[in-house]
Ligand binder design. Structure first.
Ligand SMILES: [Fe+2]
Ligand SMILES: [Fe+2]
Length: 140
């Protein structure tokens, strides 16, 4: 049985997991659908990032389970791109939301004294900041 602080952390982790599940689908879709000269190179980056988001979703699920919760299977909303530039724009938005959410959740874990989850989220935050920066650098 999870106690109160564990339930709060589980809910936060599952919220992030839903966003990660959406990111996986969004990036794989962009990997398949990217067309044109613009897509050379970035197509493979979309796939690589989808795999990194899968690792995040898995880490979150493992921590949810360790705290006595059930990892969610519900995905947040997935956005299609269109042109490669449009794909990059929706991806930057997704990554910036992820950065903001992880920062909030890190603060929450600090308040609750859950340093294990805090450290896990800090590691994921490093990846999301790199994703956001990379996508932003490709927008014309
Ligand atoms: Fe992620
Ligand atoms: Fe990301």
């Amino acid at each position: 049985m999870s106690n109160d602080w564990q339930k709060t952390v589980i809910a936060a982790l599952n919220e992030s997991r839903s966003a990660e599940l959406a990111a996986i689908a969004q990036y794989m879709n962009h990997h398949y659908e990217a067309r044109g000269l613009d897509s050379v190179g970035v197509k493979d980056i979309f796939r690589k990032q989808a795999i990194e988001e899968m690792q995040h979703a898995e880490l979150l699920a493992e921590r949810v389970t360790a705290l006595g919760g059930i990892p969610t299977l519900k995905s947040a909303q997935v956005r299609r791109g269109g042109t490669v530039q449009e794909m990059l724009r929706v991806d930057v938005e997704l990554e910036r939301r992820a950065v903001a959410r992880y920062k909030e959740q890190i603060k929450l874990c600090e308040e609750l004294g859950d340093s294990t989850t805090r450290r896990l989220l800090e590691d994921i935050l490093m990846d999301e900041e790199a994703h956001a920066g990379y996508h932003a650098s490709l927008i014309e």
